[in-house]
Design a protein. Structure first.
Length: 364
């Protein structure tokens, strides 16, 4: 599962990527600095994993990860191939969620591709290009479906009605994710077409250091504009965060954060938010050899969770022994949890909760 960082050129995408991944994507003060997408596998910060490590004292600890992709900046006309448009749109189509970076700070030394700072205009520029690309997808599909619908095919007629609704919405500047379509129709007709504007999105407002905690007037405008999109807005002083990651000393980093009013790096919040945006959650295995965070889709059953470790675990699933994270912390060990009668034994229908500590029994 991949989250793609998108935005106009020069809004701070590559600096953010460097911040998140500790990779060193080229970052410079001119458009199209990023051409090939940079990909980083980022550990998901999780205090629960640290607590389990403290209690179990394992030989090694393995965190959950999320894949972040830094995609080339997009400009007006991208849907028609302007700039690196075709490449950009191809790269974003391959991601599962969008981290849309908006410039929300003034700095005369950093050029803006449109000559002035206006995050709402910037957002609309990208939205329009993505919507135009999705409109192409709708039109192609509609041409095929209309022919079948004219023959009286009920299925084709139902699909045609949905496609017309999508077309009207996109032509009106509404992204697919915000078009009112019931869940069954969305699953059957919309999902298979992999629309770019159907991907979940989070808006990352890149602010100056003084706005890192409360945001600013630009951020307020963004929040007002996206309030009906059911999208998270996250405030991040990307340049400042980049400076913090350059510090080797942990205490220095914490002092730097405290000075600007933060208790943890904003990048940590962003990684956790991206993880949720991708519909992911974590369960743990905890033994003396290894304490590990495993990534599963929200709503996964116990056999599906077991299958993440090995496909044989899912095929031969018998049952799962489950300890709730809070119980593990309260009693301090698996043995004491068992003594207290807090160990759950669950079958194939069990829906895994975020933070469950699990052990699987299976037969191959």
């Amino acid at each position: 599962m991949k989250a793609g960082i998108v935005g106009l050129p020069n809004v701070g995408k590559s600096t953010l990527f460097n911040c998140l991944s500790n990779a060193k994507a080229q970052s410079a003060n001119f458009p199209f600095c990023t051409i090939e997408p940079n990909i980083g596998v980022v550990n998901v910060p999780d205090p629960r994993l640290e607590k389990l490590e403290e209690l179990v004292n394992p030989e090694r600890v393995v965190p959950a990860t999320v894949e972040i992709v830094d995609i080339a900046g997009l400009v007006k006309g991208a849907s028609k191939g302007e700039g690196l448009g075709n490449q950009f749109l191809g790269n974003i189509r391959e991601t599962d969620a969008i981290l849309h970076v908006l410039r929300c700070f003034d700095n005369d030394n950093i050029v803006h591709v449109d000559g002035s700072v206006d995050p709402i205009r910037d957002k609309e520029t990208i939205d329009i290009e993505l919507q135009l690309k999705d409109l192409e997808t709708v039109d192609k599909k509609l041409d095929k479906v209309k022919r079948a619908a004219r023959t009286g095919n009920k299925e084709a007629q139902a699909e045609e009605a949905i496609l017309i609704k999508l077309k009207e919405g996109l032509e009106g500047g509404v992204s697919v994710r915000a078009i009112d379509i019931d869940d069954d129709a969305r699953e059957e007709y919309v999902k298979p077409l992999q629309f770019i504007t159907d991907k979940p999105v989070m808006y990352v407002c890149n602010v100056d250091e003084n706005s890192a905690v409360d945001g600013n007037a630009y951020v307020d405008k963004v929040r007002e504009t996206v309030k009906d999109e059911h999208a998270e807005v996250l405030v991040l002083a990307v340049g400042t965060e980049a400076d913090i990651t350059e510090l080797d000393d942990y205490e220095e980093r914490q002092m730097f954060l405290a000075d600007i009013g933060l208790d943890e790096p904003g990048s940590a919040k962003l990684i956790r938010s991206a993880y949720k945006l991708l519909n992911q959650q974590t369960y743990f295995t905890a033994g003396v050899k290894e304490v590990r965070a495993w990534t599963i889709n929200i709503g996964s059953t116990a056999p599906q969770a077991a299958g993440v470790i090995h496909t044989d675990f899912e095929k031969g699933f018998i049952r799962a022994e489950v300890i709730k994270y809070n119980d593990f912390v309260t009693y301090g060990s698996e043995a004491k949890v068992k003594e207290a009668g807090k160990l759950g034994v669950e079958g194939k229908g069990y829906i895994v909760d975020d933070g469950d500590v699990m052990h699987f029994l299976f037969n191959v």
